[in-house]
Design a protein around this ligand. Structure first.
Ligand code: ACM
Length: 721
């Protein structure tokens, strides 16, 4: 009787057109896009008597059903009953069924989802597959509409889905800035929604040690705190400015266990990273004896870093250091049950080792030959230790440095290729597993839109479309080598990301594009289709949850033009620009300003150790009141303001009359920027030709970052009013 009633309701809804089928991507806005999705007319409409049917075992399916019931309740105000079945039953109408059923084509993460007007079946081999099917199903519910309940209508379809890669990662640096457990959980929630399954937790670095280690309490007592932090970008101020505010934080082991459990329930494995032998100033500040001693044998002193970059002070490859690291890693392994332990390995300058008599003796004793091989010896020791404990080493691509047959890493050692893709190719050819994370496609700390309008970021430029375009499997590998490409990962370095809101801004929606890179087969990828799924559905979801996604990732902003009497007028340069920063033709009067936003000096004409001179031809004699010239002041890169600017005008282009000399403060310290200098001329001047001569200061003045270096002038744009 109940069923007949329900059929009648569905019939009426169809007949009255309340349920309509549209064949557009936004009817099935699933990200990442499933391997196969057959769109069908009609929909399943959840009503007051819809039930969720789940198996009694394993218990984790129960929390998935709860999750779905809560989502249905949020959207539609309905509270479906969850029935736990001891034996699977035949599909019944008005049921949403979760079924574990063998299907060898789906693997451990794949699933099948069938939605019809009669009911929904979600099937998988493993709970993890059910979990991913659930994520897809949740994305078929209506988008949240704050404050109102809606009909819970789920469009009919048949989906078969499984991932392209087994490793689908996001990373978060909690050393440069620290983020509370509540935020880490939220980050994991968002990851799980997009079917990421690896969270790479960058727990230690020069600027802070963030994990409690019982045997070495000073790691957090000392190493988790810094007295202050650099203000703005590394190169923004000259000299650098610091905020004077102590900064610190770390996770207790109890908190870590809680996060690991939380992630497990969402099928996210956590990979802890303990950096060595470089990026270890926080550890050295706590235990200076881990560094190479001075030549007089006394330990050196170290401080937790207060600015960014790569530091020459690194761990000494001594037995004391190795036993420290083994103790630390033993505690780390007790907290993190996953197969991989990340040991960093990147950006380890070798000068300290080259200067160290101890290291030189070690290089000779071990027949290593040089400091690069010493790094390999270091990594190999840790690799062997991890293998002896049943784990696998994961490291940045520098772990490939200094290789020799004797220092071969274990077969399970896995390489994260970040300085491009070539190290991933090299590692796969050597038989190592590879996680691709090339900065140009995967560094989510890079700008995502016009740097002039974006908040402070590391630099670089990674628009969402470029993320989307990435294919992690490089060309030129054999099929066996291709199988070693485990997947890819987005990295989130937090030098310029101080708050949870800013993490979300940098990560979403770009990580949704990356989710599709690592889940979806290339032949199913389509950027336009992706955008149609992303907006408005996923953006509405972000808004409903207060996720601070970057709307700017999806806007393309035309550059504003700066118009004047000089726009597009011809000119001749009187001095030669530096060949690396030439005038590509008309740059000074094209109406388009150069930019600095991405910490790149873009579209300025530069004069290194030379003056700048130009004659503009305005075409006909006319009143000239103000001449404005844009100069870059970026003394951290030796770009100084001119010493003085001399202006002259002419009607024939031959004989020039001086109309003003203007001093400029080339020795000015402070913030970098584009300084547009307006020069007002005496009243009543008429001219066709305008000459600008700007005197280079010659050498970078005292008080700047590189006093005495060859000074550069960078110029754009010249306007006349
Ligand atoms: C890195 O970005 N230094 C791995």
């Amino acid at each position: 009787m109940k069923n007949i009633f329900w059929f009648a309701c569905v019939f009426i809804l169809f007949a009255t057109g309340l349920v309509t089928a549209q064949s557009t991507p936004d009817r099935y806005p699933i990200i990442p896009r499933p391997a196969q999705l057959i769109q069908q007319n009609g929909a399943f409409l959840v009503n007051v008597s819809t039930t969720l049917q789940i198996p009694a075992q394993p218990a984790e399916v129960r929390s998935m059903a709860n999750h779905l019931a809560e989502a249905i309740n949020r959207v539609g105000g309905l509270s479906p009953t969850i029935n736990i079945l001891s034996t699977p039953t035949e599909p019944g109408t008005n049921q949403i069924q979760f079924v574990l059923r063998p299907d060898s084509s789906l693997g451990s993460e794949g699933y099948r989802l069938r939605v019809s007007a009669l009911g929904i079946q979600l099937e998988a081999n493993e709970p993890q597959g059910l979990f991913y099917g659930l994520q897809s199903l949740l994305q078929l519910l209506p988008a949240p509409n704050l404050g109102t309940t809606q009909l819970v209508e789920i469009p009919a379809c048949q989906i078969r889905d499984k991932p392209r890669y087994t490793y689908r990662g996001l990373h978060l640096d909690v050393s440069r800035h620290f983020f509370p457990v509540s935020f880490i959980k939220r980050y994991i929630d968002q990851m799980a929604r997009y079917k990421f399954n690896q969270f790479h937790w960058h727990l230690t670095d020069d600027q802070g040690w963030r994990i409690e280690i019982k045997k070495y309490p000073k790691l957090t007592q000392v190493g988790a705190n810094r007295p202050e932090t650099i203000v703005g970008h590394y190169e923004e101020y000259d000299p650098q400015v610091f905020n004077g505010k102590p900064y610190g934080g770390y996770y207790t082991q109890d908190e870590i266990r809680e996060v690991v459990r939380y992630a497990q329930a969402r099928y996210v494995n956590i990979i802890p990273e303990i950096e060595m032998p470089g990026h270890a100033l926080a550890a050295l500040a706590a235990y200076p004896e881990l560094g190479c001693p001075n030549t007089d044998g006394k330990p050196r002193t170290y401080a937790v870093a207060t600015k960014w970059g790569v530091f020459g002070d690194v761990l000494c490859p001594s037995e004391r250091t190795f036993s420290f690291l083994e103790d630390v890693l033993a505690e780390v392994m007790a907290l993190f049950p996953g197969p991989y332990i990340h040991i960093g390995g990147d950006e380890c300058p070798k000068q300290t080792w080259r200067n160290s008599p101890f290291c030189q003796r070690l290089i000779r004793r071990e027949g290593l030959g040089n400091a690069h091989a010493l790094q390999r010896y270091f990594i190999k020791r840790i690799d062997s230790f991890l293998v002896s404990r049943g784990r696998k080493l994961l490291g940045w691509d520098e772990i490939l440095q200094g290789s020799s047959p004797r220092l071969k890493l274990s077969a399970g050692a896995t390489v994260m290729s970040w300085r491009g893709i070539q190290y991933g190719v090299q590692a796969a050819r050597q038989g190592h597993g590879v996680v691709m994370t090339p900065d140009k496609f995967c560094y989510l700390n890079y700008f995502q839109s016009d740097p002039g309008r974006e908040p402070l970021a590391f630099g670089g430029m990674l628009p969402i479309q470029k993320v989307y375009s990435y294919d992690p499997t490089p060309a030129g590998l054999t099929p066996a080598q291709q199988r070693l490409i485990l997947g890819a990962q987005g990295n989130v370095w937090t030098e310029y990301i101080a708050t949870p809101e800013q993490v979300e801004y940098m990560v979403w929606p770009r990580a949704a594009a990356l989710a599709e890179v690592v889940w979806t087969e290339p032949n199913r990828k389509d950027y336009t289709n992706f955008l149609a799924r992303l907006a408005p559905y996923h953006l509405a979801q972000f808004r409903a949850e207060g996720v601070n996604y970057a709307a700017s990732a999806l806007t393309t902003l035309p550059k504003e033009r700066l118009l004047s009497k000089a726009t597009n007028k011809p000119y001749i340069l009187l001095t030669q620009p530096h060949p690396s920063r030439p005038d590509h033709g008309g740059m000074l009067t094209d109406g388009i300003m150069g930019t600095l936003g991405g910490y790149e000096v873009v579209d300025f004409v530069s004069f290194w150790g030379r003056n700048f001179g130009v004659v503009l031809d305005l075409g006909q004699s006319q009143p000239v009141q103000t001449i404005t010239v844009g100069f870059v002041k970026y003394t951290a890169r030796d770009i100084c303001l001119p010493r003085q600017v001399d202006l002259a005008v002419s009607d024939d282009g031959q004989t020039f009359t001086p109309v003003g000399t203007f001093p400029a403060n080339a020795a000015e310290q402070g913030r970098r920027g584009i300084v547009r200098m307006p020069f007002a001329l005496p009243a009543g001047i008429q001219a066709r030709f305008v000459r600008v001569l700007a005197q280079n200061v010659g050498r970078v003045p005292a008080g700047m970052r590189h006093p005495g270096a060859v000074a550069k002038l960078a110029v754009d744009e010249v306007t006349v009013d």
